[in-house]
Design a protein around this ligand. Structure first.
Ligand code: PLP
Ligand code: ZN
Length: 414
């Protein structure tokens, strides 16, 4: 993997070689997350705007010259990950009085969330070993889906109250699921211990430095889909802070390669009940633990595992954080579905809730070029919205049914 030069700790700044460490900084522990650095001259020999013109692979593997996978390794993921649509959401854009608005729909991945972009890197780097991770749900289901596709045993640690659909997805794919009587943070620590004890490959978010590199393909895609005219702002639902760092890293790589002229503002949208990164950005930049309590399970994180890196990247981009209430998230989820047809899970719709707040406060101008990132599918979390979705109209069958339909439609019931 000689296009990767080194791994650098976000806390103490020490650089390590790829062979030296597998996960986080040995001096700083699990929060000493390592940033992957590349030899861009070497990358540029494989990758350019021109090389993309003749590349017909529309999955994230299109960008493999920028991924931490050895160039000499001739592997192709069995599932199609990435290459998700960037919609110009006309109805919604007009309704909001905006001039440029796009929605990047990453619910359209094999496991129905953006996490697939990271899990594939873990599965490729596991080299046949058993894989494991702690997760609020989506990281786990994406790992389980891909472990199934490649025939790897898979152990999962989730908080016992993870959404049912995500747990069923794990079980269907044959993962062993440990439902921890505790929080995501408790599951995280247990998983590290178990990986150390049994030699499993650990896909824990933040702790494993290569995952952010998979997630950066979402930034690469947005830039290419906009024909290298990057947006002004990208709104990212944020929990641990890996997706937002990933998207930033994608733009940063392109900037370093001279393929784009600037890096968009990265805006972290967090739940009011899980605000650690937003609070750090408002304050001294140090990420502290907060109690995590929100309906948006995918961004419900007490101590963000990639907090330091996320704050660094958000600040470097000129971005900031914003929080939204659960009520705002659920109402945004419903409106997004009704205006665009994209049914996001609560965490996925948080980006739209954040946009509404920022437009309201005048922090985002209506003529800005804005991309909303939708990170996961609403079908994964129906319990969250079953009470607010609306209700069905019960009718009889046959003639009687038709009479009921007629009378209800004539009354103007919608
Ligand atoms: C994981 C996840 C997020 C947050 O990503 P982080 O890297 O933890 O910030 C947002 N939305 C969904 C649907 C997720 O699964
Ligand atoms: Zn360190």
């Amino acid at each position: 993997m000689n296009h990767v030069t080194d791994l650098q700790c976000v806390l103490c700044g020490t650089s390590y070689s790829v062979e030296e460490v597998a996960y986080s900084c040995p001096a700083c522990g699990p929060l000493g997350v390592l940033e992957v650095h590349y030899d861009y001259e070497q990358v540029a020999r494989q990758f350019s705007r021109e090389s993309l013109l003749t590349n017909h692979d529309m999955t994230m593997w299109r960008y493999r010259a920028l991924l931490p996978i050895s160039y000499s390794l001739n592997i192709v993921p069995p599932l199609a990950i990435g290459g998700t649509p960037l919609y110009a959401v006309e109805r919604l854009r007009v309704k909001l009085g905006m001039t440029h608005l796009w929605l990047k729909d990453d619910s359209r991945n094999p496991s129905a969330s953006l996490k697939d972009r990271a899990s594939i890197i873990a599965v490729m780097r596991a080299e046949g070993k058993t894989v494991a991770c702690a997760s609020t749900g989506n990281a786990a289901s994406s790992l389980a889906v891909q472990a199934a596709a490649q025939g790897l045993p898979c152990y999962i640690f989730v908080p016992h109250n993870a959404p049912r659909a995500k747990i069923v997805q794990l079980l269907m794919c044959g993962a062993t699921v440990f439902a921890v009587q505790g929080s995501y943070d408790d599951a995280f620590d247990l998983c590290i211990e178990a990986c150390n004890a049994f030699g499993w490959y650990n896909r824990n978010t933040g702790y494993n430095p290569y995952l952010v590199e998979g997630k950066k393909t979402v930034g690469l895609e947005i830039a290419e889909q906009l024909n290298w005219e990057v947006p002004d702002s990208v709104l990212v639902p944020t929990g641990d802070g890996c997706i937002i760092s990933g998207a930033y890293r994608g733009f940063e790589d392109l900037y370093r390669l001279g393929m784009i002229e600037r890096i968009p503002r990265m805006i972290a949208v967090q739940a009011e009940g899980s605000p650690a990164i937003a609070r750090a950005l408002e304050g001294d930049g140090v990420v502290r633990q907060y109690p995590a309590q929100t309906v948006a399970d995918g961004i419900s994180v007490g101590l963000p595992r990639n907090g330091a890196m996320a704050v660094k990247h958000i600040r470097a981009s000129g971005g900031y954080g914003v929080t939204v209430t659960d009520e705002q998230i659920l109402s945004a989820e419903k409106e997004l579905a009704r205006q665009t047809g994209v049914f996001a899970e609560p965490s996925g719709a948080a980006s739209y809730a954040g946009l509404l707040r920022l437009l309201d406060e005048g922090k985002i101008a209506r003529d800005e070029r804005v991309v909303l990132l939708v990170t996961g599918s609403g079908l994964k979390s129906i319990d969250a919205v079953i009470g607010t979705a609306g209700s069905v109209v019960p009718i009889e069958k046959g003639v009687e049914g038709m009479e009921m339909v007629s009378s209800i439609v004539r009354q103007g019931y919608t």
